[in-house]
Design a protein around this ligand. Structure first.
Ligand SMILES: Nc1ncnc2c1ncn2[C@@H]1O[C@H](COP(=O)(O)OP(=O)(O)OP(=O)(O)O)[C@@H](O)[C@H]1O
Ligand SMILES: [Mg+2]
Length: 366
């Protein structure tokens, strides 16, 4: 029986535990040392099983587009170099890193979140100072950080937003990735190093918009295979993805608002036109914000949530328009003007389309 665990969001290995079990049972593929699933089964976990079933269960597709990239990412992780997932915000870099760790290691929680305040000790290891003072340095007083644990247990380390860490801090990975060995010089009496167990590797993510916050050293770059996640180019795929994710999120929050497919199509088109800087063949200035698929999902979820808590049963274009405003216009007031210009053209060209007029009216209410 499935025990329901209370949490706002479960890690992927728990969220998809049934799929991972089914895949493991049906898995007859070759498996690199230390891996929970074969590369073939890991690929099915991420890209779905289509009509075919694994162990009597259909595996859902979790990453859309980027199929060849997913395959290469899996192969990279079986080799001697780390995997770097780069790309624009909201292109599912973090999601793919989580899914890879769930499939390969069965554990996504060994992770570092990059940031200006991260120091090496938080990544490698630190010390329990009470024990250190009493007994001196030793394995008992050592507090393993995520890198130490991943190496010792033969698991994947997820390093989110690596370029937000100072270059010197990132560089602590250089010797680890080449020699697969972590020096612990303080352990003079005991073995002063840790050898990585099979299964260990690093998946890093980096946001292209943050490039230049902290550069990566050439030495570290050479130890990673870079893959750039591409935003979804087909509107049809975006609509499917937004619909699937919204249904899943609303069901998880017990929100029973109907989301008509036409509203999703309209929102995806508005995102596409704003991103492309063109509507009805007329060029417009693009807003400075990213407008990712992830943002489209949260616009619909927020609008549906508003309907639910404030007494409406069906989502209309005007509802999503109100939340779209907060996504497009963040801290750049110029975006307000750019968005108004977009609305002006839409209002003029689509004045016979009630759905679009409802959208314009919703956006102008503010
Ligand atoms: N190609 C895609 N396949 C599946 N889901 C996607 C895709 N693109 C975007 N998404 C959706 O976007 C959500 C957010 O993605 P995620 O947080 O992983 O992006 P990210 O690239 O790490 O962004 P950031 O740079 O802001 O950290 C995912 O949970 C998923 O719902
Ligand atoms: Mg991310």
């Amino acid at each position: 029986m499935n025990k329901k665990i209370a949490a706002q969001r479960l890690p992927a290995e728990m969220r998809f535990a049934a799929e991972l079990d089914a895949l493991a049972q049906a898995d007859s593929g070759l498996r690199p040392a230390g891996w929970r699933l074969s590369p073939r089964a890991a690929r099915t976990f991420i890209l779905g099983s289509g009509a075919a079933q694994a162990g009597g269960m259909r595996i859902t597709r979790k990453i859309h587009g980027n199929d060849a990239l997913v395959e290469r990412a899996i192969v990279t992780l079986a080799g001697q170099r780390g995997l770097m997932l780069a790309g624009e915000p909201g292109t599912a870099k973090s999601l793919l890193s989580e899914l890879l760790a769930a499939a390969i290691s069965g554990n996504t929680t060994i992770s570092v979140q990059g940031g200006a305040g991260v120091v090496e000790e938080q990544i490698r290891y630190g010390w329990n100072y009470a024990l250190l003072l009493r007994d001196g340095p030793g394995n008992a007083s050592l507090v393993p950080g995520p890198l130490h644990r991943a190496m010792q247990l033969g698991l994947l380390l997820r390093f989110e937003e690596i370029t937000r860490c100072a270059t010197e801090v990132q560089d602590c990975l250089v010797p680890v990735l080449s020699e697969r060995l972590l020096q612990i010089p303080e352990l003079k009496e005991e073995q002063p190093y840790l050898l990585a167990q099979p299964g260990f590797n690093v998946i890093a993510t980096a946001n292209l918009r943050d490039r230049g916050v902290n550069e990566m050293s050439a030495a570290l770059k050479r130890r990673f295979n870079f893959e750039t996640m591409q935003p979804l180019d087909s509107i049809a795929t975006q609509i499917t993805l937004i619909g699937d994710e919204v249904r899943r999120e609303l069901a998880a929050a017990d929100i029973g608002v109907a989301v008509p497919p036409d509203v999703l199509t309209l929102l995806a088109s508005a995102f596409h036109e704003l991103r492309a800087g063109a509507v009805e063949g007329i060029a417009i200035e693009r807003p400075g914000t990213v407008l990712s698929t992830a943002q489209a999902i949260s616009v619909v979820c927020d609008a549906a949530s508003q309907c639910w808590y404030f007494g409406e049963t069906t989502l209309r274009p005007a509802h999503v328009a109100r939340y779209l405003l907060g996504t497009v216009i963040q801290d750049d007031q110029e975006d307000r003007r750019r968005f108004s210009e977009y609305l002006r053209i839409v209002a003029k060209k689509r004045n016979l389309r009630p759905d679009w007029m409802d959208f314009v009216a919703g956006a102008r209410e503010e």
